[in-house]
Design a binder for this molecule. Structure first.
Ligand SMILES: Cc1cc2nc3c(=O)[nH]c(=O)nc-3n(C[C@H](O)[C@H](O)[C@H](O)COP(=O)(O)OP(=O)(O)OC[C@H]3O[C@@H](n4cnc5c(N)ncnc54)[C@H](O)[C@@H]3O)c2cc1C
Length: 478
């Protein structure tokens, strides 16, 4: 209910949240001629653009450049030698990263304008399923809409023993540090912790990783994560597996993170900063979600395969509706919901959603792993091709071949009709193969389709081609 005299805005579609889910939903709705309002309390772009995907990859790039230069000091590498070690100005690196974020966030605003989406800046609070109040800089506004798309995203969850604040950072604070922590403890060996942990290690921090599970990146299978584990070992990153962070002991400026190790003993890890990345939860508090009559499923908003919630014409997308919490999933759902509202027949049933981990080396996984295929009772054939036998990987200096960091491409296919079920890769720069892998699964490719596609030489993609040839019993380069 709006207060008397409060200005009311009406729309066909109201989108709450301007992250990759919400802004894509709004652009598509606008393109389809739907009268659309987008409400965003912060800067446009959401977690992904402002404090997630983009800033983390910018930092990873800086770290890789710095490490390469540091390794060129003295005798040098590839014939390039530096007389003095490089100097890292983290504040300047952050300004470069902020410039990219500003440019992309401004680009989102321009795209929304082009699609004739009305943007309201402010925090939305719902009083019923189709009405909210937005606290903008010009005072409160009431917004009423026929359709509501919820895209409020997710937020980091602190460990009770390590509340955020002071030396305990979430990924958000870690992505705006102006000074390099000399010693960084990372709690959580998932992709966010390891991407940032490896970036700080490459920039010169002494990094320790604490993970409760028996291995790093527990969502990927052991063969894929082994090269990453070897990189951590070789880079001097201490890794405690099956271990739990119990809290922080502080004496003045000195901090010791107390860890219960796998053997039951207690370890004290000296740290100038602790990066806690143990999980994220959907953002459901503080905006009247409970007034909307929308059901949950566990911590998330319950939706069907069209992203409809239990309340008519209320839709939910992105991190709010569950795993995988990835930007490209959020965007795909946002695009679909806008099209359904415009009358198109759509369902969210992708053949696969690619997952990429931007560690050193990178990991890509699309579709079923060998273990997942077996667990589903599928009679599958599996093989892989090593990047150590790929010319492009060698010219890119793709990891140390002697310690097996060069990685591989792996294919999982159905034995009877040779249809691809899953494609994985680990190696330098493999993130760029994720599109080809996802396309192959989405098109229902068989091994012969991959084998019959000419791949440019020299590229990493030739390893995909070779893996298919190998599974067909006619490899050429191995
Ligand atoms: C460090 C880090 C690295 C990541 N790297 C990757 C990666 O490489 N690849 C990848 O795919 N994913 C990555 N992610 C995950 C990705 O950021 C999320 O999956 C994605 O941002 C989810 O999009 P969303 O639209 O659902 O929500 P969000 O991006 O979280 O956007 C939600 C928006 O809603 C706004 N909002 C919330 N409530 C209200 C309200 N009541 N009123 C007004 N506005 C509101 C918020 O301000 C926010 O801008 C990363 C995440 C982190 C933290």
């Amino acid at each position: 209910m709006s207060a008397p005299g409060m200005k009311t805005v009406t729309a066909k579609v109201l989108v709450v949240g301007g992250g990759p889910g919400g802004y894509v939903a709004a652009i598509r709705a606008g393109q389809l001629g739907l009268d659309t309002v987008l409400v965003e309390a912060d800067r446009l772009g959401g977690t992904c653009l402002i404090r997630g995907c983009i800033p983390s990859k910018a930092l990873i790039h800086v770290a890789a450049r710095f490490e390469a230069m540091a390794q060129s000091v003295g005798d040098g590498r590839f014939g390039i030698a530096l007389d003095t070690p490089p100097h890292l100005d983290l504040a300047a690196a952050m300004r470069w990263k902020d410039g990219i974020v500003d440019r992309l966030s401004g680009g989102v605003a321009a795209l929304l304008r082009k699609a004739k989406v009305r943007l309201l800046r402010g925090w939305a609070v719902f009083s019923d399923a189709k009405t909210c109040t937005v606290q903008g800089s010009d005072g409160p506004l009431t917004v009423k809409a026929e359709h509501v798309i919820l895209a409020t995203g997710s937020e980091p969850v602190p460990l009770p023993a390590l509340p955020f604040g002071g030396p305990v950072l979430s990924s958000t604070e870690a992505l705006s540090l102006e000074r390099l922590p000399r010693r960084l403890a990372v709690v959580g060996g998932g992709y966010i912790g390891l991407e940032l942990g490896s970036a700080f290690a490459r920039m010169g921090s002494a990094v320790t990783v604490v993970e409760a599970q028996p291995r790093l990146l527990p969502l990927y299978d052991a063969a894929l994560t082994a090269p990453v584990r070897r990189w951590f070992e070789r880079s001097g990153v201490a890794v405690h597996l099956g271990a739990r962070a119990l809290g922080l002991e502080t004496d003045g400026e000195k901090h010791l993170m107390v860890v219960r190790a796998a053997d039951g003993g207690t370890v004290r890890v000296p740290a100038d900063a602790v990066l806690s990345t143990t999980g994220r939860r959907p953002r459901l508090d503080g905006w009247g979600f409970e007034t909307m009559g929308v059901d949950r499923q566990g911590a998330f908003v319950a939706v069907d395969d069209q992203c409809r919630t239990s309340m008519r014409n209320v839709w939910a997308i992105g991190d709010l509706v569950g795993e995988p919490m990835l930007a490209h999933k959020a965007s795909a759902q946002g695009e679909m919901v806008a099209e359904i509202i415009a009358g198109h027949r759509r369902r969210f049933a992708p053949a696969a959603i690619p997952a990429v981990c931007f560690t050193e080396p990178e990991i890509v996984s699309v579709g079923l792993s060998p273990d997942e295929a077996a667990a589903q009772g599928i009679d599958a054939i599996v093989d892989q091709f090593p990047f150590a036998a790929n010319g492009r990987a060698l010219t890119l200096d793709g990891g140390r071949m002697d310690v097996g960091e060069s990685g591989f491409v792996r294919l999982v296919a159905r034995r009877d009709d040779r249809r691809l079920l899953g494609i994985q890769a680990v190696g330098a720069h493999v993130s760029e193969l994720s599109g080809e892998f996802a396309l192959a699964l989405e098109m229902g490719a068989e091994l012969e389709d991959v084998a019959g596609t000419i791949h440019a030489h020299p590229t990493l993609g030739e390893s995909f081609h070779e893996t298919a040839l190998r599974l067909l019993g006619r490899p050429l380069h191995i």
